[in-house]
Design a protein around this ligand. Structure first.
Ligand SMILES: *Cc1c(COP(=O)(O)O)cnc(C)c1O
Length: 374
């Protein structure tokens, strides 16, 4: 059985870690791209129940925002790239969604169609390009836009996004922080002291505790991955919110000098006990992984289940992989559960072995695995 199991308790725990790190900021929990592949319907309850609650959620597209409203999320929804068309701006008003405004056309829609006074769309996240050079106004443009929006009755949150927050030593961080702080002060002094600020994604929350401002925008950290290069998830006390698993469906012995799978990429140096696991790139497991990649086989023939670290051998195919089960007792290997990522290996480790980041592995899971929730 190919299974993606989501653990809402882990998300609550990770949200608690964010709140500990940023006790004075509101939390806009990022749930774009189907909550980083976890499933937005599975994640929203964890963000609005229990001790730890998010103050709002962030999404990338209007359809994601509407989906969250339809799932019953009644607090702030921030649309991080804003409306793409005038019609989307009008729909944002209809669904009570707060938008980023990052360029002139969006500014014009907002000025020509002013959101009602009691609407969440009346709060605008005004995007300042401090060095990422994707979205946002320059310093002069952002000040001019802020003046016009303020005069039209909008409440403003100045926002920007880090390009290198995962690497605390990168020189662009200090420049982005300085530019942001300077413009926010200017807006507060010349337009309104009520103007708020939002700077930090997950990595910024960890690396720049002095610069959290009014709203932090955690994404990957909520799902239990490390957002920074110099600390792993365990060191940050984060719990993985997803377990991705499959099953051993056949056993074989591959003899010395025989090769496995497409491209015959892996050749046995000695007779090797192998297992076929029902998972592949058709499920979202990465096709290209290094020879250090491993999975955990859980032998649950005993009352006390034992865990074995097993290397992935050769090419990952669409529907299957082969692993080395030399250390797993023969009579208990068949049908065992195999963890592709979860507690061990952590998705961050698999991502490193696949030459990518956890974000990508999580987002590109396919519809084939069965989805469960604890
Ligand atoms: C995705 C995103 C975030 C969250 O980023 P993480 O690295 O996952 O914490 C924050 N802000 C904006 C604007 C984003 O697009």
């Amino acid at each position: 059985m190919r299974t993606i199991t989501i653990k809402p308790n882990a998300i609550s725990h990770n949200l608690g870690q964010v709140k500990k790190m940023a006790p004075h900021s509101k939390v806009l929990a990022m749930v774009k791209s189907n909550a980083y592949g976890h499933g937005v319907a599975a994640v929203l309850p964890a963000l609005q129940q229990g001790k730890q609650q998010a103050d709002g959620i962030g999404v990338a597209t209007l359809s994601e925002a509407i989906e969250a409203r339809q799932l019953g999320w009644d607090k702030t929804i921030g649309l991080i790239e804003g409306a793409f068309t005038l019609n989307e701006w009008l729909q944002a008003i209809e669904y009570d969604i707060s938008c980023v405004i990052h360029h002139q056309p969006q500014l014009q829609w907002a000025l020509d169609n002013i959101a009602p006074i009691d609407s969440a769309t009346r709060v605008v996240w005004l995007k300042y390009n401090t060095g990422m050079n994707r979205l946002g106004f320059d310093a002069e443009g952002v000040i001019a836009a802020a003046k016009r929006l303020h005069e039209a009755g909008y409440q403003l949150i100045l926002t920007t996004h880090f390009a290198n927050a995962d690497d605390s030593a990168h020189p662009l961080n200090a420049m982005q922080i300085q530019r942001f702080s300077d413009v926010l002060s200017t807006l507060q002094e010349t337009i309104s002291s009520d103007i708020k600020g939002s700077l930090c994604n997950s990595a910024g929350i960890v690396n720049f505790p002095e610069h959290h401002y009014d709203w932090v925008r955690p994404g990957i950290i909520l799902y239990g991955s490390s957002p920074v290069i110099d600390k792993n998830a365990q060191e940050l006390d984060l719990h993985p919110a997803m377990e991705f698993s499959a099953q051993v469906i056949a056993l074989q012995t591959v003899h010395t000098d025989h090769a496995i799978g497409y491209g015959s990429r892996w050749t046995a140096q000695r007779d090797t006990k192998t297992a076929l696991v029902s998972i592949g790139y058709g499920d979202g497991y990465p096709r290209v992984v290094s020879d250090e990649t491993y999975v955990t086989v859980i032998d649950n023939t005993d009352t006390e289940s034992r865990r074995y670290r097993c290397a992935v051998l050769g090419r990952v195919a669409m529907d299957m992989i082969v692993i080395d089960v030399s250390t797993v007792p023969e009579d208990s290997a068949l049908n065992s559960k195999v963890i592709l990522w979860g507690d061990a290996p952590h998705v961050d480790e698999v991502a490193a072995h696949a030459g990518t980041i956890s974000y990508e592995l999580l987002c590109r899971l396919s519809a084939r695995p069965k989805r469960l929730q604890i």
